[in-house]
Every structure is written in C-alpha cells, then in structure tokens.
Design a protein around this ligand. Structure first.
Ligand code: NAP
Length: 502
C-alpha cells in the first residue's frame, strides 16, 4: 500500500500513473509477497514520513527469482538481437512517457531535487537507447587460420543469470545502466535495490512488464537492510548465477568479491571514489567554479564521482576560494526537492548524516578553516547539512582520506604540477579525477598521469551512455555504458572448424 499524497509533507505529489507504484516483488512476471510475510516501511528523507511499504524478502525469495530467471534464460538468449533491441526500445519509450512520474518517485524516496531526478530519468533513458541499438552490434570475429584445413571463429555468448545489487543515490540509473547492457547481451537478471529506495526499481519492473518482456527476464526482490547481506550471499553462492554486478561502497564490494570466489563468478564492481579536482594557474576560474558546483554539490554530494578534494594552485587560491564561497552562498538552496527553488536535498539517512557531520567536526578540531557553511542546517529540520567549504586541510584529517558523500568541499593549496598529481594519486581509490587548465601540453600530460578510470578535463560532469564508466584500484573494475558495457555480460567462445580440406 502506497501513500504518495504524503510523500512531500502535506502536498500531494500527483503521480498520474499509479500503475507504476508497486509494493510487491517482481518475480517471473508476477507481483508477489515475500515468503516471510514481512514488509518494511520506506520513508521520505526530507521528513521521515512513510511513503509506502515494500517486501522484506529473504534469500528464499532471491532463490525463487534466480530459478525463474534461469528458466527464462535460453528463450531470451535465443531471441534475435534485433528483437531484443525492439523490446529495449519499447521500454525506452515507456520510460520517456513516464519520466515525470519516475522523477517524482526518485525525489520522494531519495530526496534529490526534482530537476536532478528528471535528469536521472533522462540519463537512464540514454542507456536504454544506447543498448537497444548496441544489441545488434555484439560482434564475434572470424580469424585468419594457421592453415587451410580450418576456420576459426570467435562467438560472444551471454553468460546467463546476473545478480544486480544497487545503491540509493541514483536508484533508477544505477539499475538501468546494468539491466540495459545485460538484456542487450542476452542475459536475464535478478535485482536487489537498496532498502532506502526500492520503489524506483519496482517502477522500472512495472514498465518492463508493460513493455512485454518475457516473464523471468527481469526480476526485482526488495528487502530491508537486515537482509541485504544474506540476499547478497545467496546471489553470490548460487551456481545458477553466472555474474554479479554491484554498485556501492568499496567495503561491501570487497565482501562480494570474496563471496564470488567459490563459484568463480563474473563480477563487475562500481565502487566508491575519492575524486580530486585540480585547478591549475591557466584555468578559466569562472568555469572551474561552475564545474565544482556541479561535480561537488549535485545530489548534495552523494555521488561516487563527486569531487572529494579540490586542489588549487597557490597563485589562484585566494581568488578561487572567494569565488567559490560566493557561488555556494548565492546559488545553493536547501529544502524539499519538490520545491522548484531547491537544489540541495537532505542526506539520505541518519548514518550518512552522522558520518558527514563527524568528518567536518574532525577537520575543524584539527585546524580546518570554515570558508562557508560548516554544520547542520540552522533553520531546516531533518538531515539537511549546510553546503560547506573548508580550507587549511591537512593529511591527518579524515576528510583528506575518506569519501565524504555530502555537500562538503575541502580546498587544498598546491605549488607544482607534480605535487598536485601526487596528491590526486595518493589514494587507493581511482574512479574519477578532474582538472582545469588551458596549457595544452599540461592537459595531455596530466590526463595521462592521473590514476583513475575517468578524467574530466575542463569539465565537471562527464558521465554519458556513450562513454565507459568505471574505476581502477579499489574503485573496482568492469565498465558500464559504451560498447565496453556488454563485456561483463558475454563469454568469448572460440570455435575451430576443422577438416575443411581433403
Ligand atoms: P553500500 O552500503 O555498499 O550499499 C550498496 C548496496 O549494497 C545497497 O543496496 C545495500 O543495501 C547493499 N548491501 C549492503 N551490504 C551488503 C552486503 N553485505 N551484501 C550485499 N549487499 C549489501 O553503499 P552505500 O553507502 O549505500 O552507497 C554509497 C556508495 O556507493 C559510495 O561509496 C559510492 O561511491 C558508491 N557508488 C559507486 C558508484 C559507481 O558507479 N562507482 C555509483 C554510485 C555509488 P542497503 O542499502 O539496503 O543496506
């Protein structure tokens, strides 16, 4: 039972398509309750009001979903690529025609401003469009044989059932990014979304059903946080699951990596980042400030590719920090994401809120200077943290080493290119880095030296369906988006045709 009239205080959200609101698991094309009979409440992070209930599933439910997915695999895998593409295009059409309602759902359960939620829906649609087209382009190879008695062929075959575990910060996009590539490749899937945001995944399932995907190809099993570990374990342990694709923290990614060893599964890990944002002396400071505003404060800093450390050359440090402080004070408005004036929502949950507050308090207690903000929002109730800029950061502070995942922007002064690159690379994370420079030689040099899967040059928002998204080091492996995004979902099979010449 869902009560969207209450999901934004007393104002109704006004979803037109109530068919998108689902409170059951989607298994084998049917909407079913958890076998435990238990449910859990999902709340709006703006005001903690209950927006609906979802099924508190257990490994038993995940195993049911794995079984039906497994049963549907051959039929989906054997469907001609063109037809898989047509199904994905139907889903794309439905996502586009329900974009307002999907966006409202995202804002209601994860708190991000409605404009950002709409951008997330469009971003998700971009992956559906890309993989609807890419389904036809998953090519094998014909190789030059060593002699004339053979022909050598390489086939790309779908790996089978894949398990998806997704986070709350982009509850639709993180699932679509995986599912679109997997379905295009011919795989079938079982998804377990985060406790905080199950409804976006269920809404996607409702559209998958409407698009006419065969039963069992796409399944969603929701649960409370207490069952996240056991369900994850069931997915990793099952010999019927060929691969796991996970987006989330490095800590959980490492657990899943270990759990997948026993069955030697294919694994895609999109883990946490620690992005540096370097401003060199030749940078266009106005553009660099706007770049940080997007990269740092989008979704109140709760993004894996969010800028974590801003490194500013000493020659432009004072000017840049003053420009940034002005932008933060004048451009950012905190509040309920359904208010069109708001561009900063709350932090997702109490745990995240305490973590961010702890990081700021630790930095300030060790000598950090508050340039702007610096604490809990003075007037808004709930988990709103003031957009904050800090300087005088030192290596012994938590903020130097940890992924902040909140609207906190620490500024560091550097004196040479070498020093900046060394600082940026002095982390076990390697998801994204950004830098601003108009020195042509420096641009190429630094782009090559930065140890991350993605680099933004004079650009703060770089993710797109056309490009490979993913990390190096402890930010994981595997890529989502682009033609590389199907690699996690296909086996390479070599077939040797012999005896061709008598
Ligand atoms: P998290 O704690 O790792 O949770 C991610 C998902 O894993 C959630 O669905 C969570 O469920 C589930 N989970 C938790 N413990 C599990 C376990 N033992 N076994 C199986 N599943 C488990 O991450 P988070 O803090 O919610 O999300 C933020 C993190 O995700 C950040 O580090 C961020 O950088 C990263 N992220 C990375 C990318 C990328 O593409 N690289 C994109 C977005 C986010 P519950 O939420 O119900 O506990």
């Amino acid at each position: 039972m869902l009560n969207f009239a209450r999901c934004s205080g007393s104002r109704p959200v006004g979803c037109r398509y109530f068919s998108l609101l689902r409170d059951k698991n989607f298994i084998g094309g049917e909407w079913v309750a958890a076998s435990s009979g238990k449910t859990f409440q999902v709340t709006n992070p703006v005001n903690d009001k209950v927006i609906g209930i979802a099924q508190d599933s257990t490994p038993e439910d995940a195993e049911k979903a794995i079984k039906v997915a497994s049963g549907s695999f051959n039929m989906w895998a054997d469907l001609p690529a063109k037809e898989k593409g047509i199904k994905l295009k139907s889903l794309l059409k439905l996502v586009n025609s329900h974009s307002d309602d999907l966006a409202k759902l995202i804002t209601a359960e994860c708190g991000k401003p409605l404009a950002e939620a709409k951008a997330e829906v469009m971003y998700s649609a971009g992956y559906l469009e890309w993989y609807a087209e890419e389904a036809k382009r998953i090519y094998g190879e014909v190789l030059a044989p060593p002699n004339n008695t053979r022909e050598l062929v390489v086939l790309k075959e779908p790996i089978g059932v894949v398990g998806f575990i997704t986070p709350w910060n982009f509850p639709l996009a993180m699932l679509v990014r995986k599912a679109a590539a997997a379905l295009a490749a011919g795989c079938v899937c079982v998804a377990r979304p985060a406790e905080d945001t199950p409804f976006s995944a269920l809404a996607l399932a409702a559209l998958v059903e409407k698009a006419g995907f065969p039963a069992g190809t796409f399944n969603v099993v929701t649960s409370s946080r207490s069952q996240a570990g056991p369900i994850g374990q069931a997915l990793c342990a099952s010999p019927q699951v060929a691969g796991i694709s996970f987006t989330g923290s490095t800590a959980v990614g490492k657990i899943l990596y270990q759990q997948c060893a026993n069955t030697v599964k294919r694994l895609g890990l999109e883990l946490g980042g620690n992005a540096s944002y370097i401003i060199f002396p030749t940078a266009d400071l106005s553009r660099a400030v706007q770049g940080v505003m997007g990269s740092k404060f989008r979704n109140a800093g709760q993004a894996c590719v969010a800028t974590n450390r801003v490194l500013v050359h000493e020659s432009v440090f004072d000017k840049f920090s003053s420009m940034l402080a002005t932008a933060v004070k004048t451009q950012l408005v905190s509040g309920d994401g359904f208010d069109p004036a708001v561009n900063q929502g709350p932090l997702i949950n109490e745990q995240q809120f305490q973590k961010v507050d702890g990081i700021v308090k630790d930095a300030v207690s060790k000598g950090a200077r508050v340039v702007s903000g610096g604490g809990i929002h003075p007037t808004l109730k709930g988990r709103f943290y003031q957009p904050t800029v800090l300087s005088n950061i030192t290596e012994d502070m938590k903020i130097y080493n940890e992924e902040i995942f909140g609207p906190i922007c620490p500024l560091y002064k550097f004196y040479s290119e070498d020093e900046a690159v060394t600082i940026a690379n002095s982390t076990r994370r390697g998801l994204a880095n950004y830098f601003y420079s108009n020195d042509y030689a420096q641009v190429w040099r630094v782009a090559k030296r930065l140890e991350s899967g993605m680099v933004g040059v004079n650009e703060g928002l770089i993710s797109a369906a056309e490009a490979p998204f993913g990390g190096v080091k402890e930010s994981g492996f595997g890529r989502e988006g682009s033609r590389h995004g199907v690699d996690d979902y296909v086996h390479t099979k070599y077939v040797c045709f012999g005896g061709l010449q008598n």
